[in-house]
Design a protein around this ligand. Structure first.
Ligand code: GMT
Length: 374
């Protein structure tokens, strides 16, 4: 198939899933075109046959806000025209499905189909805002096929938008060869002494990730277990977090690693992945940790129960039960056998349900289904 993929280029989950799906589809012989305003963080262009198309957003003094949706629609149209795409798969509804719909209308002499994958904040936060609600519902319904990354997100979209189009659930996935348990004593020694446990967290430091709360949790955990905290990512709450570390935790116990390319190596030296998000449609970062054999402690919110099996691959604590989260983390950090057993079960769980090859096949099957409806 000739497939266009539209996504955000950042380290965020939707961009990661879109890029890795594109890479996997390309390796399986499909012609893949990625359309984006920057080269996606996880796109290693020289390792694949993927063609990357840059969206050039032209500004003009009159525009307080450059019209990105129009530039994207023009680029999608251009790629459809030049490469006769069978389908355009957009990741994240806003504004990608609207731009794709426009491009499809402009290229109406081509039978190109549009598929939208809903990732989370495009529905939970942004899409439900009155400023975007109607256009989001409209654009989702104009797509020829819609998928969501969890049952939670599919149900929420049906309930909140009353969309008429069926929504297929295709979960997030992990490349098992990259995200795998590794023995890396040198790297471990760089961050912690032998008697200290390592807690890792990865996020974009947006308020819903609750990284400031995480730092306060860590300070409490430190009262019971010698530990270090490794924070990967950056974002709006970053300065507040630096300040909190200064106030609550000995600064040499917390490492801000910012943007790390080799996330899997850091995950593989972790004893625990701590994920106190207020909401997650799925929680790709947690899945990557499980794939590396690291148990996860999170709140029981959104789609996280679809990624983490409570008591088996980690612990799901009732929302806002801060004391419960500290207790679960401390128990795990103090019990090496339990950590090991949970880590092994987590890896098996990912192998069985979320491996990239199986999930790519689910997308291929869905593409064929949508194309057959044309
Ligand atoms: O979590 C974010 O803020 C980033 C966001 C994105 O669109 O990149 O992540 C969303 O999509 C991921 C991939 O499907 C999911 O694993 C995340 O759970 C989801 N984030 C939220 O729902 C908050």
């Amino acid at each position: 198939m000739k497939i266009g993929i539209v996504c955000y280029p950042t380290f965020g989950g939707s961009g990661v899933i879109a890029t890795e799906l594109g890479t996997s589809l390309s390796r399986r012989g499909h012609e893949v075109h990625i359309i984006c305003y920057n080269q996606p963080a996880r796109l290693y262009i020289h390792d694949t046959d993927i063609t990357f198309h840059l969206v050039n957003v032209v500004s003009y003094p009159l525009f307080e806000f450059p019209p990105y949706t129009l530039a994207l629609a023009s680029k999608i149209y251009e790629v459809i025209e030049q490469h006769a795409l069978d389908l355009v798969h957009v990741h994240y509804a806003i504004p990608h499905s609207t731009a794709a719909y426009l491009a499809q209308m402009m290229a109406s002499h081509h039978p190109t189909r549009i598929i939208t994958t809903l990732h989370g904040t495009d529905i939970i936060l942004v899409g439900l805002d009155p400023s975007y609600r109607r256009v989001t519902k409209f654009s989702i319904e104009q797509s020829n096929g819609v998928t969501a990354v969890s049952h939670y997100l599919a149900d929420l979209t049906r309930a909140e938008f009353q969309v008429q189009i069926p929504i297929r659930v295709i979960p997030n996935f992990v490349d098992l060869a990259t995200f795998r348990p590794q023995h890396n004593p040198l790297l471990r020694a760089k961050y912690a002494k032998p008697h200290e446990r390592i807690i890792v967290h990865i996020s974009n430091f947006r308020p819903l990730k609750r990284v400031p709360l995480l730092i306060q949790l860590f300070a409490r955990i430190l009262e019971q277990v010698p530990a270090r905290l490794l924070l990967i990512g950056n974002g709006p709450d970053y300065p507040a977090c630096v300040d909190l570390v200064r106030r609550y935790a000995p600064h040499n116990q917390v490492f801000f690693l910012d943007f790390v390319h080799d996330v899997a190596s850091i995950l593989s030296i972790a004893d625990l992945f701590l994920f106190p998000s207020e909401i997650e449609s799925f929680g790709l970062a947690a899945l990557e940790a499980l794939s590396c054999g690291v148990p996860v402690v999170a709140f029981r919110v959104g789609g996280l129960p679809e990624a983490i099996v409570h008591g088996e691959t980690g612990y799901l604590v009732e929302p806002d039960d801060v004391e419960g989260m500290i207790k679960a983390a401390v128990e795990l950090l103090q019990d090496a056998d339990r950590r090991q057993a949970m880590g092994e079960r987590g890896r098996r769980w990912v192998e069985e349900h979320f491996n990239i090859v199986d999930v790519t096949r689910q997308y291929e099957e869905f593409y064929r289904h949508v194309l057959s409806q044309a």
